[in-house]
Design a binder for this molecule. Structure first.
Ligand code: FMN
Length: 200
């Protein structure tokens, strides 16, 4: 499947084959693909929580309004971000770069995020948004379906997964084999309503 086909056929699927297990090798391929998504200054501030504990999965389903896909899909991944990633040994993000590039970028990262909690939070949303779309398209290309979700109580889920203080939850994604196709599309706004040329 090429990229355009994956984009055109990806849907938020709600009904999954509960008996299906994604081979671990596929899950690793999927997540390693996600890691190739872009982040600002390459800070890779995302943190992914794979829920493998059945009891925990059931508790998260309860915190997620009982949504079927939370319990039934083969995998449930919670996309979180570390708000302090920019300040956590940032030399790691440019480990393969030459010294000149490192000397230029590391102070830039510091001044871009220092004392800017809103920017740190925005970056969490940007990075996980990028990661989410990669995850969903890569899953589609591998023959799986997904459902992105924000329909859950974030405080309850934070407690359940022991989310560290400096982290936020951005969304969760169910991944598995569809047992029932998604309904027809809700309807896309026309391009000329959402595409502006030069200025609003
Ligand atoms: C951030 C985000 C949160 C969403 N939360 C939920 C959710 O909690 N439950 C659900 O069934 N669908 C959820 N969806 C799926 C959307 O309803 C769906 O993507 C949208 O209607 C467009 O349909 P499509 O993805 O099939 O094209 C969410 C989608 C996004 C991007």
């Amino acid at each position: 499947m090429n990229t355009l086909e994956a984009i055109q056929t990806r849907r938020a699927v709600k009904h999954y084959d509960e008996s299906f297990t994604i081979p671990n090798e596929d899950f690793e391929t999927l997540m390693n693909s996600v890691l190739l998504s872009p982040t600002s200054y390459n800070i890779q501030n995302w943190r992914f929580v794979r829920i493998t504990d059945k009891t925990l999965r059931a508790q998260i389903k309860e915190a997620g309004w009982g949504q079927e896909q939370i319990g039934a899909a083969s995998e449930l991944v919670i996309l979180c971000a570390d708000l302090n990633a920019w300040n956590d040994r940032p030399e790691r993000y440019w480990a393969n770069a030459d010294h000149q590039t490192q000397d230029m970028l590391l102070p830039m990262i510091e001044s871009f995020y220092t004392d800017k909690p809103q920017t740190q939070r925005d970056e969490a949303m940007r990075s996980c948004g990028m990661a989410a779309q990669t995850l969903m398209l890569a899953a589609k290309a591998m023959g799986y379906d997904t459902c992105p979700m924000i329909g859950f109580d974030p405080e309850q889920v934070s407690t359940l997964i022991k989310l560290p203080e400096s982290h936020v939850i951005v969304m969760m994604i169910a991944v598995g084999k569809s047992r029932k196709a998604a309904h027809g599309r809700g309807g896309q706004l026309p391009l000329n309503e959402v595409l502006v040329e030069n200025r609003f």
